[in-house]
Design a protein around this ligand. Structure first.
Ligand SMILES: *[C@@H]1O[C@H](CO)[C@@H](O)[C@H](O)[C@H]1NC(C)=O
Length: 422
């Protein structure tokens, strides 16, 4: 019998130049001291992966050996919940803030966490998104589109609610959904959800939470207040026991909400880049696509962390896996890619974290997907615009050091993440 291993990645914020010590984040909210420096302070994320066997941590070597021998399988995936670093310290006051980069575990009971979903893309004024949504055929209930209010309890779980702005991802094989979390024991009013079964291709649909992608610039607005009892995130519309879809977060009447904007991706290469956001809250696989085609500029969803999903009381941000140039979103925005496995999907070379913090700044991090992947982007990536400090991957190296970089844009500012040929 195979033991199960949870893969827990942890990112920490580090004051640049200071002790580059990864900050372990368990289930608790840690405090982290930030070095005060009279020069410019920068923050560099670092990641650490913890492997959990049941409740016990096992060393990376042990986990790897077990995995190599087939004794272990990874059943949970990292939930890349990059949260922006604390405000740079410029005065002596408030030099301590809670640690901010968190990444958490998803525990999944089947091996197909590759098929999950969640929100989609980016922020801002995505007129093309609205246009394409409204172009879809209308539902019998009348006018629809990404701004249409969802008629809770009226649409069958077998009907993907494309007319309400959700973007179907048929190639995942889940009826257009990005992830299915069946919760046979859940009742409205439950404080947490202990029995979560990840739906996989071919499984009959059951009551639970059905997650979905939204257009570029938008994020999913539905998730239940009750979350997994062992801290798994749960998200999507609720498929009730009668087989109808209900809003799980009725304070939002639509399925998608526009992000706060400010971040775009510009691709000046001859090949596309598949950028894949983790479906969070939900199954937490990197399945929400932004297809950065040659010559285009695309919104990359950004959220105001205080107003978006909170995980165990912590505000969260968005995380994007950036694939190698030339990989399609269909091939690359899955957990396990069919081709070029070691540089794709969960093993994509680099990750972008995006979130607007309480201080009004949007933090953008670019960091290698280590230790999961040793791949390096076969392109240059430069975060340009109203950025506080340079942050890029150029000629095979990150701006600050091996662990990547974080830059910020002020409220109302904008950043263009620029892809160019290496
Ligand atoms: C990034 O873009 C900025 C602004 O265009 C430019 O000044 C800088 O040289 C670029 N950095 C790299 C490494 O290409």
């Amino acid at each position: 019998m195979k033991a199960t291993v949870l893969n827990m990645a942890i990112a920490a914020s580090i004051a640049a130049g200071a002790n580059a010590q990864p900050h372990h984040h368990g289930h608790h909210h840690h405090k982290k001291n930030v070095d005060k420096r009279d020069v410019e302070t920068t923050y560099v994320p670092a990641t650490v992966t913890q492997y959990m066997l049941g409740n016990d941590e096992v060393s990376a070597d042990e986990a790897k050996a077990g995995l190599d021998k087939g004794l272990y399988v990874v059943v949970g995936e990292t939930t890349p919940t990059f949260t922006p670093p604390p405000k740079p310290v410029v005065t002596s006051s408030s030099s301590k803030e809670d640690a901010v980069f968190i990444q958490k575990v998803t525990s999944t009971s089947s091996s197909s966490s590759a098929y999950a979903t969640t929100t989609s893309s980016s922020s801002a004024t995505s007129s093309s998104a609205a246009a394409s949504s409204s172009a879809s055929s209308s539902y019998s209930s009348g006018a629809t589109g990404v701004n249409a209010e969802f008629p809770s309890g009226k649409i069958k779980c077998s009907e993907f609610p494309e007319q309400y702005g959700a973007v179907p991802l048929d190639y995942l094989g889940l009826g257009g959904w990005t992830g299915l979390q069946f919760t046979p024991d859940y009742k409205i009013g439950d404080l947490s959800i202990s029995n979560i079964i990840n739906g996989v291709k071919g499984m009959a649909q059951q009551a639970g939470f059905y997650s979905y992608a939204c257009p570029d610039g938008y994020v999913k607005s539905q998730w239940p207040e009750a979350q997994g009892s062992t801290k798994q995130s749960v998200g999507g519309l609720q498929c009730n026991s009668d087989g109808y879809l209900e809003l799980s977060r009725p304070s939002s009447k639509t399925l998608c909400e526009p992000g706060v904007g400010g971040v775009t991706i510009k691709n000046d290469m001859a090949k596309n880049v598949a950028i894949c956001r983790t479906d969070y809250p939900g199954i937490e696989a990197m399945v929400i696509p932004v297809d950065s085609q040659p010559g285009t500029t695309r919104n990359l969803a950004n959220v105001d962390s205080a107003d978006y999903y909170h995980w165990t009381g912590l505000s969260t941000t968005l995380q994007y896996y950036v694939n190698q140039p030339g990989v399609s979103t269909e091939d690359g925005c899955v957990w396990d890619c069919a081709t070029d496995h070691d540089e794709c999907g969960n093993w994509a070379p680099t990750i972008l974290g995006v979130g607007k913090a309480a201080d009004g700044n949007t933090y953008i991090s670019l960091f290698p997907n280590t230790p999961t992947s040793s791949a390096k982007p076969r392109m240059n990536i430069n975060i340009t615009g109203d950025v506080s400090i340079p942050c890029y991957f150029q000629d095979g190296a990150y701006a600050v050091g091996d662990s990547g970089c974080t830059t910020t844009i002020p409220s109302g500012g904008s950043a263009v993440i620029h892809f160019t040929e290496a």
